[in-house]
Structure formats: C-alpha cells, structure tokens
Write a protein that binds this ligand. Structure first.
Ligand SMILES: NC(=O)c1ccc[n+]([C@@H]2O[C@H](COP(=O)([O-])OP(=O)(O)OC[C@H]3O[C@@H](n4cnc5c(N)ncnc54)[C@H](OP(=O)(O)O)[C@@H]3O)[C@@H](O)[C@H]2O)c1
Length: 188
C-alpha cells in the first residue's frame, strides 16, 4: 500500500549540453566551478540539514560501481548512513550494512516496498534507472543541477525515454559556483 505522503525524486547533475558522464563513465568535470556574483552561497549547514530530509537512496548497479570506485580512491561515500538500494541482477560487493540489493519489477519495488516505509525517496541515477522510473510514472519530481561546462559528448541524462513527460517548473536556484538547480514536478 503506497504512502500518500511519500515522494520520489530523481536527482542528477549534468553539463549544460545534457550529459551526466563522459562516454567512459567518468565524472571528473563535476568538480568544475565558476563565479556568478549574483548567485547564492551553498551553505554547508543548510546542505547537511537538507540531506537529513532524504530517507533513502535508489541507484542502478553502474552508478553503484562508480560510488565503489570513489570510495576506493578515498573520496568517501556520498549517501551517509541512509538506506541505499542498488538495482542489480548481479552479485556485487556489499560494502556497507546500509546497502541492499534488489532485482525485479521497479514499480512493485517502489510502490510496495519503498513508499510505505520511506517518505523522501531519492533516485540518484544512472540514466537507465532514471528513465525507467519516469517511464513507469513513479517519479514525483526531477531535480536537475546544471554545471557551467560543455563536454561535447557522453552519456545522456535519460537513456531511451520513449515518451514525452510533461513537467511543471517549481523552483530555480543559481549559485555563486555557476551551478543552476532546477526542480520540476512531474505532471499527472
Ligand atoms: N552526473 C550524475 O549526477 C550521475 C548520477 C548517477 C550516475 N552517473 C553516471 O551514470 C553512469 C551509469 O549510468 P547507467 O545508465 O549506465 O547505469 P545505471 O542506471 O546506474 O545502472 C543500470 C543497471 O542497473 C541494473 N538494473 C536496473 N534496473 C534493474 C532492475 N529493475 N532489476 C535489477 N537490476 C536492474 C542493471 O544492471 P545489472 O543487472 O547488470 O547489474 C542495469 O544495467 C555512470 O557513469 C555514473 O557515473 C552520473
């Protein structure tokens, strides 16, 4: 039974030309920053408080493999102590107690397993999983962080999205770093 208060957010950061990773999967360009004088400052205390409102993360196996590489390079684990669900049909290393694997029907998983338990559910990629989430009508909102860089080629934000998804622009924020954050609500 779905919890009426639960909310599914898709969040990704992309280059201005709409890529979320280079062709080889690397995301080194995410470090880019500019100086936009009229922008807001990203206050670390606000970020910390905001992250506390997220109740669980969901990601595809390739995104998890990227997170594993980051961790191996000493760059840390971005998902704190929040339950993190990894979609995979493979046997992958479980590096934390908070990591849980799932394989199967995504709609059933979100509606019957996640929504009754978690209020603020964040899909953090990759494009294959995000597109599936939208295609199945599971997402309530899309948060799109655009970085001030063009990378020319790479993996697109949503892979194989085979229908139009109407969106309502709900929030726009521009930061001093040159990043623009857009929040769209999914209509219907
Ligand atoms: N810029 C950003 O914000 C951002 C965010 C996230 C990711 N990324 C980048 O995106 C790239 C990965 O994206 P991607 O689209 O290639 O892959 P992905 O969405 O991370 O993972 C897709 C994989 O998840 C597994 N999967 C998906 N749905 C499933 C289901 N219902 N049941 C079981 N398994 C399921 C399948 O793999 P198996 O079954 O074979 O395991 C599938 O191939 C990486 O380069 C990453 O760095 C960037």
């Amino acid at each position: 039974m779905a919890n009426a208060d639960s909310r599914v957010t898709i969040h990704m950061a992309a280059s201005l030309d709409g890529f979320i990773a280079r062709k080889d999967g690397s995301v080194d360009w995410l470090e880019t920053s500019d100086e936009f004088l009229d922008g807001e400052t990203m206050d670390p205390a606000f970020v910390e408080t905001f992250l506390k409102t997220i109740d669980c993360y969901v990601m595809g196996s390739r995104t998890y493999e990227t997170a594993l590489r980051f961790e191996a390079q000493g760059l840390g684990w971005a998902y704190g102590d929040k339950p993190t669900f990894v979609l995979t049909s493979r046997q992958l290393p479980r590096i934390r107690d908070t990591v849980e694997f799932y394989s199967g029907d995504l709609a059933q998983f979100v509606n019957e397993r996640l929504r009754p338990t978690f209020r603020n559910i964040w899909f953090v990629g990759g494009p294959e999983v995000s597109a599936e989430c939208l295609r199945l009508g599971l997402a309530d909102e899309v948060r799109y962080s655009i970085l001030p860089i063009l990378i020319g080629d790479g993996i697109r934000f949503f892979e194989k999205l085979d229908k139009d998804i109407a969106l309502h622009l709900a929030e726009v924020k521009a930061y001093k770093s040159g990043m623009v954050e857009l929040r769209y609500e999914c209509k219907g």
